[in-house]
Design a binder for this molecule. Sequence first.
Ligand SMILES: C[S@@+](CC[C@H](N)C(=O)[O-])C[C@H]1O[C@@H](n2cnc3c(N)ncnc32)[C@H](O)[C@@H]1O
Length: 246
Amino acid sequence: MIKLMQGDCLERIEEIPDHSIDMLLTDPPYSSGGLFSGQRKASTSTKYCDNKYSGSAACPDFTGDNRNQLSFLYWETIWISKVMEKLKNGAIACIFTDWRQISATITALQCGELIFRGIVVWDKGSSRNIPYRFRNDCEYIVWGTKGNRSIKVQDELHVYPGCYHIKGMNTRKKHHQTEKPTELLEKLIQISPEDGTVLDCFMGSESTGVACLNTNRNFIGIELGKNYFEIAEQRIQEAKQRKISE
Ligand SMILES: C[S@@+](CC[C@H](N)C(=O)[O-])C[C@H]1O[C@@H](n2cnc3c(N)ncnc32)[C@H](O)[C@@H]1O
């Protein structure tokens, strides 16, 4: 089952039945890209696309990326609390973030009453070069659970890495300015039950939905931008066709 919804996730989440989601895997707008409010209010192409020749500059801008630090924390707490009601007991929540917003994301996850379990590192293998600084070539997945996770004792022991070395997207192949590689998402999804349901309430171009299709999970995706919603609809149709012809 793949279900796509267009609109503000604060409203559309209400339509999802309570206690029905096995995993939240989502990549919200980081409201990052600058230390000062003026820089953070710039368009997403100014903040996240290296230059006008980068392939990702051809992707549309997106909204919801201009919050100041406190309103970002408040807003994350609200949507995480709403998602919380939809998660099954023991479900996993994985939320992408960057170095600037990692502390706000950890706080919001706990304000939303999830149990904070740790941080997974995504080593993208590249970043802008800024002289005399450490490179910011990693992003992070803050993760938690709704209550305790019951352990099923199986023949095979399942343990998942805390660090993934997967190259960031080739900008020429991007469907979204801040697209995440499906290879990474497929690996993260492995922690959720097969045939379970994954929610991405900031689905963008639907990379999580494609990863769910490829790994036999059900998917519910919500996207505010009409342009990205249309890209997502087309992308999933193409992914389905590819799967059939394999
Ligand atoms: C960081 S991007 C996600 C990119 C996605 N991971 C991909 O690979 O394509 C965040 C997305 O959330 C959407 N968004 C922003 N505010 C939203 C809201 N209130 N409800 C739903 N979607 C929202 C933006 O339009 C944007 O496409």
